[in-house]
Design a protein around this ligand. Structure first.
Ligand code: BT5
Length: 263
């Protein structure tokens, strides 16, 4: 049987930074941790770690990420954004843009981004982004999880089954993991260059185009307080702007909030 690494390397990647070095691992607790280990070992920016399976894949705010063997793309990328300020949300957004664009290019599916880090197809989650920063380190780790392979015959955890699907089942045809992974890294390489150029307008423009959140009525929680309103703007540096029921406009940053309801 051909391994994922062999399939991935069957065609040239042709990126500038992302994927200059790639580690193909089998089972790891989390590829984000494996990428932090690479950072400590002095690996270059753009280093990518793929794993076939994660035993302790994580999401935001202590949530878990189900990462079954061979079914998805579980990867982390070591990056050094130009601006430290706001780098975590900006890197989350370029990861989401790359993922949504790769899905649209490699399948017929119309992927959208639910602010700040969910990749959706038909309102179901097919992927998520987890960017981490660590005190005393200049790099960021961009973790991307995409459900690519079919779940038919798999025991899908209940909390995942109710909110999520995968590209193959959604498209009703098998989606090639290696081809998809190459497409994803190429797009990420391009958006990373845009971020390095501080061309935030291009990022905002594409983000608005692919946003499942813009114009929607949502309920969110920030530091224990709940807000309800209509999203009127999304911006890579300033976050999300919402019109509250009495007409006031309020700006929310991504870091400390959760969307509770998205209509
Ligand atoms: C995320 O968190 O969406 C970010 C997920 C990032 C995963 C990647 S995989 C490579 C790298 N290494 C890691 O350890 N993590 C990153 P959040 O927004 O908190 O969403 C978590 C929620 O998504 C869970 O509570 C479930 O409801 C749902 N979920 C869990 N596993 C899923 C899956 N495989 N597909 C879709 N939804 C899932």
């Amino acid at each position: 049987m051909t391994s994922f690494a062999e399939e991935f390397n069957a065609q040239p990647l042709r990126t500038r930074i992302v994927g200059r070095t790639i580690h193909f691992l089998d089972t790891v607790p989390s590829t984000n941790d494996a990428a932090w280990d690479r950072a400590k070992a002095g690996d270059d920016e753009g280093t990518v770690v793929f794993a076939e399976e994660q035993t302790r894949g994580r999401g935001r705010l202590g949530r878990t990420w189900w990462s079954p063997r061979g079914k998805g793309l579980w990867l982390s990328v070591l990056l050094r954004p130009a601006d430290r300020e706001g780098a975590v949300p900006a890197t989350t957004i370029i990861g989401a843009l790359a993922a949504a664009e790769a899905i649209r290019a490699e399948t017929r599916l119309r992927a959208l981004i639910r602010w700040p880090n969910d990749i959706l197809v038909d309102d179901l989650k097919v992927g998520g982004i987890l960017v981490e920063a660590r005190a005393g380190r200049r790099e960021l780790v961009l973790g991307i999880g995409i459900d690519v392979g079919s779940w038919q015959g798999s025991r899908v955890p209940k909390d995942v089954a109710v909110v999520a699907t995968n590209l193959s089942d959604a498209a009703d045809t098998p989606v090639d993991r290696a081809a998809f992974a190459r497409a994803l890294l190429r797009r990420l390489d391009r958006w990373h260059a845009v971020q390095l150029d501080r061309d935030y307008e291009s990022i905002n423009q594409k983000w608005k185009e692919l946003s499942a959140t813009l114009g929607r009525q949502i309920t969110l929680e920030e530091n224990g307080r709940t807000f309800e309103g209509t999203v009127i703007d999304v911006d890579v540096r300033f976050g999300l702007a919402m019109r509250l029921p009495r007409g006031a406009i309020r700006q929310f940053r991504a870091e400390h909030l959760t969307i509770l309801r998205h209509e």
